[in-house]
Unconditional design. Structure first.
Lengths: 711, 353
């Protein structure tokens, strides 16, 4: 059994319950009761120092008293007694534990200390642990309900991982009503050992699970999460609802998890790279779940809507387009066929309106004809209750048509209550996602389409170009900056780093006296650019610290003195202040480019419209390093400035290729030197096609601790 | 005749005491019997004498090592009172000098402090047979002007100047000092620059424990890690999404922010942070405290708001007092002394003895 094989948690033959109880209302009561009442086929071994029998099962005082080998232990006793149990498990060689007990780092310093000790013990004995602070784990196929939730899910093929225990109990209760089936429910709690990444990897290999759903507040191991999800999402969809997307939500999530809520952009970039679908609401999560559990993936995004009412048809059309689905263009043949079977007043254009008089036959014929049209990738059937409507017979027709065309997904919106109930139930029982309103049906079809796109992404060959660069030069610069006791580079140093990675930059030198500045200016040749430089000054223009087009020695002296005085006045604490003397660059289109190391996922790379207003226009796209060719092009194409750079209003197109290459060079730089925490190029001037770019201002911040650790 | 070394400084807070101790230890290693003497303090809670006693293992009592207290609140002193002060100083000095080859004498504040009373470093040096070592910061080139002013000052009393040591020189200016400033000082102004000490904040940075006591703060987490040094202060008042960028620019910092801003505290913990000061008396969520405990970053809680806290902090010099339990600082100085030409200091003393 490999280290990562978590299957024992779900197919253990013998389960010990430490804290098993006869007292109703105790968690230890529920765990035994649930294992028992929901038909756990293995042996239930209660551990209790006082009682001889727990709920009819022979109880043991200690784990060691049981004569056989226990596979898995559940613990629900107060935290201070847990660690000795782990010692016992270690001695007995039991390798799997679910710690339901709460009262760890979620309660403060003492809890955090206990949790740390617990973690050390688990490592020492090589015990895999789910929890602490969990509801438990449930497997509908085994069946195994090791939790204090009061229900068992219907048997199905959805795996659900949740960082919120309460969400599990809520969804569980709701899903039974909805007829939604699950393979496994896993509560991850404080994620001391096993976390979402381990579980997604496990569920990726689990034959009972066809789609993975997760509710997450934080992600433990960002880079591994991406690697694992990239692999798993080739085989099955992963839909994640990551809370804390809003500012206030992020704050709440931080408080709740005690970890820095990575920026929303970082999560989006990570999910995109990993092939994970992000749901914004719980409803969206389960709307797509419903489709994934029974429907095939569409070949494209063309949807055909069949309705018996005009209004809902238009609403569904809007919802489709807003979501990014396309209303299928029906072929001339299809429309001709439809005209033959539908009344003259019916609309044969998509959305197809079979009219209020439409009975099951009209629906059936329309579906049959539309499904044959190769322009149609998926169907949405809308029904409103009218005089001649046949909800149940129509439902059967939908089911039959789906059987004939199992390669095209179908969803339904049965818009009503009492009158349509029976039909809706029939649809759900037969695996047709059915909702009360069309927007949700669209959302479930959208999930299928988005996942089909992820699968296509996996088919693409990702190529990451490797440029010929001067790594040693960069290593030297970094070492010298750190040796000088700084973490931020001066302008001239950062520019030299960019240059070493083949990014075109104007000649730049830092000077500390007027004499040095004049000498350098003459060497470079007038006119020149002067910029104040200091590790403590972020926004140079705020103190008029940038002057362009300085032409004489006199002016250099004047500007040098003025800038240094201003800098000293506004940054009296600054330890280093000098002036960068830079060669004049031609002015091109302004782009901003940069990276920032996200604490969870690594280097987040960005590109967008540049200039002093960059912070306000926010025309920015993000991606995670290392970028592939495809990702870099996609990022840039996602910005508004990209359109302008292609050439609008008769202007020459700009050098888009060199711009994308610059982005890829940055990606290579931060991948080679992960100690670069922040890098900003603003502006990067982009010139006409074939004429390249120029990085006129570069800022770099380093991670000193990482460099020292490495040494 | 010069017997002793008097250490004075142009600006306060450049690490005089630590330097004096480190120099004394170094000279002892070289076989010299050296004692520490601080004739005047202006501080009611001066611990230097006590620290010297412990650190240099001196048998004299604290009152002998530092016999008098005078401050600028006594500029109306009578001649009789001044004479008393001198007789106390001389009495203590005579008691000490017999036990040592020579003394390292430290003066308080700056070069001409108490000159009005005739008790400044110039007067002390001539009465106590001392050559002067001028310690000054070298944060900017103008500091060289101040050394020249100091030279002139001692010239008037014919007090010999052994040399100057410039500390806190920013790395970026180091070369400029070495190639332009120092040679000129030596050639033209005939002063030996015995040391050019690069700016290493660890030389004098205060500890988290010192900050906690200044702020009268409650410690919420990582109580075992109060000996961390604070090199910078950053006020956490930015948007959480830009916090990382700002926090990453300073090392070993104290972050001061509201107790109701856990995201900023968490962002700070992702960067090089020595302590987080939460203001307004607002307790952060338990999980945030737990994270600090895990990351071994102390959290301090104070009742006052962020503004008042930052005021308090700005009144506490970043270059804190030496505490002898802080072996770190002395070690740092001992290392730095390798860059200081202490052999030349010794030579000079030998010559003049």
């Amino acid at each position: 059994m490999s280290e990562n094989d978590l299957s024992t948690f779900f197919n253990a033959k013998k389960i010990g319950i430490v804290g098993a109880s006869n007292k109703f209302g105790k968690v230890g009561y529920d765990v035994v009761h649930n294992l028992s009442q929901f038909g756990y086929p293995g042996e239930i071994i209660p551990i209790n120092p006082r009682d001889k029998e727990i709920q009819g099962y022979k109880a043991y005082k200690k784990l060691a008293d049981y004569p056989g080998t226990i596979d898995l232990v559940f613990i629900s006793i107060p935290p201070k007694y847990v660690n000795p149990i782990i010692d016992e498990m270690g001695e007995l060689g039991i390798k799997h534990v679910v710690i339901i007990t709460a009262g760890y780092k979620e309660v403060g310093v003492e809890g955090a200390q206990l949790e740390r000790e617990l973690g050390e013990k688990l490592k020492k004995y090589g015990i895999r642990c789910i929890g602490p602070n969990v509801v438990g784990i449930l497997d509908a196929h085994t069946p195994l309900n090791g939790s204090f939730a009061s229900r068992m899910p219907l048997k199905g093929n959805l795996g659900f991982i949740s960082q919120s225990g309460a969400l599990i109990t809520g969804i569980l209760d709701w899903s039974v009503n909805e007829g939604m089936g699950f393979s496994k429910f896993i509560s991850v709690g404080n994620k001391l050992d096993i976390d979402e990444t381990d579980l997604i990897e496990y569920l990726g290999e689990d034959d009972d699970t066809h789609a993975i759903m997760a509710y997450l507040e934080s992600i433990n191991k960002g880079p591994q999460f991406i690697d694992v999800c990239r692999k798993v999402s080739k085989k099955k969809p992963i839909v994640v609802i990551k809370s804390g997307a809003s500012n206030a939500g992020a704050r709440a999530a931080s408080s709740h998890t005690g970890s820095l809520a990575g920026t929303n952009t970082a999560y989006n970039a990570a999910f995109e790279k990993a092939g994970v679908l992000r749901a914004d609401t719980i409803q969206q999560l389960f709307d797509s779940a419903m489709a994934f559990s029974s429907q095939p993936l569409p070949k494209g995004n063309n949807v055909c809507i069949i309705t018996n009412a005009g209004g809902p048809g238009i609403i569904a059309t809007d919802a489709s387009e807003f979501a990014g689905l396309n209303l299928a263009h029906m072929s001339a043949d299809t429309m001709e066929e439809l005209r033959k079977i539908l009344p003259p007043a019916a609309s044969v254009y998509n959305p197809i309106d079979v009219l209020g008089t439409g009975m099951s036959k009209e629906y059936d014929d329309t579906m049959r004809i539309s499904l044959l049209d190769e322009n149609v990738d998926m169907l949405l059937i809308i029904m409103t209750p009218q005089g001649m409507t046949e909800p149940v017979k129509t439902a059967q027709a939908i089911i039959d048509n789906h059987k004939r065309h199992p390669d095209k997904p179908i969803a339904a919106a049965y818009m009503g209550g009492v009158d349509l109930e029976e039909g809706a139930k029939l649809l759900k029982e037969n695996g047709i996602p059915c909702f009360t309103f069309p927007e949700r049906a669209i959302s479930s079809l959208l999930g299928l389409y988005l996942y089909s796109e992820i699968q296509k992404m996996h088919l693409d060959l990702e190529t990451t170009p490797v440029f010929d660069v001067d790594k040693e030069r960069v290593a030297e610069i970094i070492e010298s900056v750190i040796n000088k006791g700084r973490v931020t580079m001066l302008g001239s140093e950062a520019i030299a780093v960019a240059e070493a990675y083949g990014i075109t930059t104007p000649t730049t030198e830092t000077c500390f006296t007027v004499n040095e500045a004049v000498k350098t200016a003459n060497k470079i040749g007038y006119p020149i650019v002067m910029k104040i430089t200091s590790p403590d000054i972020i926004h140079k223009t705020d103190i008029k610290g940038v002057v362009i087009g300085v032409k004489t020695d006199e002016d250099v002296k004047f500007e040098f003195t003025r800038m240094m005085d201003a800098a000293r006045k506004f940054y009296p604490e600054s330890r280093v202040i000098g002036v960068d003397i830079q060669a004049m660059s031609n002015v091109g289109r302004e782009i901003i480019m940069g990276t920032s190391q996200d604490p969870q996922f690594g280097h987040l790379i960005m590109i967008g419209s540049g200039g002093v207003y960059a912070n306000y226009t926010k025309d920015i796209q993000f991606g995670l390093a290392p970028l592939s060719d495809r990702e870099a092009h996609k990022m840039f194409a996602g910005t508004k400035i990209h359109k302008i750079l292609q050439g609008v209003r008769g202007e020459e197109p700009s050098d888009i290729n060199t711009t994308v290459n610059t982005l890829l060079r940055i990606s290579q730089l931060v991948t080679d030197f992960p100690e670069i925490l922040e890098l900003d190029i603003n502006p990067l001037f982009v010139f006409d096609e074939g004429k390249g770019v120029s990085a006129v201002d570069v800022k770099i911040t380093l991670d000193k601790e990482r460099i020292l650790r490495r040494e | 005749m010069t017997k002793n070394i008097l250490i004075t400084s142009i600006n306060p807070g450049v690490g005089k005491t630590t330097f004096a101790f480190a120099l004394a230890l170094k000279l002892r290693q070289k076989g010299k019997k050296v004692g520490y003497f601080k004739p005047i303090t202006d501080n009611t809670v001066d611990t230097d004498a006590h620290d010297a006693k412990t650190l240099l293992n001196m048998k004299e009592d604290v009152k002998t090592i530092c016999p008098t207290m005078v401050s600028s609140y006594e500029y109306d002193m009578t001649d009789k009172q001044k004479e008393d002060i001198w007789s106390k100083i001389m009495g203590a000095y005579n008691k000490m000098i017999v036990n040592y080859d020579f003394l390292i004498i430290e003066t308080c504040r700056r070069i001409n402090y108490l000159a009005f009373l005739g008790l400044c470093s110039k007067a002390l040096a001539s009465k106590l047979d001392a050559g002067v070592l001028i310690l000054t910061q070298g944060r900017e080139v103008e500091d060289s002007d101040r050394i020249i002013l100091g030279l002139d000052y001692f010239k008037t009393a014919k007090v010999p100047v052994l040399g100057a040591v410039m500390s806190l020189v920013p790395d970026q200016l180091f070369n400029h000092f070495k190639t332009v400033i120092v040679p000129t000082l030596e050639a033209k102004y005939k002063v030996d620059v015995l040391g050019l000490v690069p700016d290493r904040v660890t030389l004098a940075a205060p500890t988290v424990a010192e900050l906690a006591s200044t702020l009268n703060a409650k410690v919420l987490a990582a109580e075992k890690h109060m000996d961390k040094l604070i090199e910078n202060y950053v006020i956490g008042a930015m948007q959480p999404e830009s916090a990382l960028k700002y926090f990453r620019r300073s090392m070993n910092k104290a972050v001061i922010t509201g107790g109701d801003r856990p995201q900023l505290a968490l962002a700070a913990m992702e960067t090089s942070t020595s302590v987080i000061v939460l203001t307004g008396g607002i307790l952060p969520p338990a999980r945030v405290i737990s994270t600090a405990e895990e990351k071994e970053i102390p959290i301090l809680l104070v009742g006052v708001d962020t503004y008042s806290t930052s005021q308090l902090v700005s009144e506490t010099p970043l270059y804190g007092k030496l505490h002898i339990e802080q072996a770190d600082k002395l070690e740092a100085w001992a290392q730095i002394l390798e860059e200081v030409d202490y052999k030349k200091i010794l030579e000079k003393i030998d010559q003049k003895l």
